[in-house]
Design a protein around this ligand. Structure first.
Ligand SMILES: [Zn+2]
Length: 150
């Protein structure tokens, strides 16, 4: 019990610090994006991808609705569980996909961490590889000429 309480407190501290590190702005890639407000050092835990923890089965139903609106908000934790940023999500859900991203995903005790893959400059847009496994019919816009689908 104690561990989960202190874990939650730590998450809050991370969320507070994230307000200093990142902000949401219009993106050239797609819709909203998340940008560095300051330099972010390599391997920094920038923010957790928040969202309701749901089963894969439930996620399948919700994802159909989200995809119709062009949102990819269901993030797979493992073969059983998914986090749905459509419910209780934070700014992390606006981080766009890139095939050559500057962040990576570190899943630890059910928490999805967005971490800096390298030093990120002030003003750079954050991105990570979604590694989607669903319908894969959304064209990737990460750079001119990218032929991948999400
Ligand atoms: Zn791409």
């Amino acid at each position: 019990m104690e561990a989960s309480v202190s874990g939650r407190r730590t998450l809050e501290q991370y969320q507070k610090r994230a307000k200093v590190l990142i902000e949401r702005r219009r993106s050239k890639i797609h819709g909203w994006g998340v940008f560095a407000k300051t330099q972010i050092k390599r391997s920094t835990k920038i923010i957790n991808y928040a969202g309701e923890k749901i089963s894969q089965k439930e996620s399948g139903k919700r994802e159909e609705k989200y995809l119709e609106k062009g949102h990819i908000w269901c993030f797979e934790l493992n073969s059983r569980w998914v986090r749905d940023a459509g419910v209780g999500g934070n700014i992390a859900r606006f981080i766009n996909h890139k095939c050559q991203p500057n962040c990576w995903i570190d899943i630890e005790d059910g928490i999805i961490w967005i971490r800096a893959a390298r030093n990120i400059r002030k003003g750079e847009e954050l991105s990570y590889d979604y590694e989607t496994t669903g319908r894969r019919d959304i064209p990737c816009l990460c750079r001119r000429g990218c032929t991948n689908k999400l």
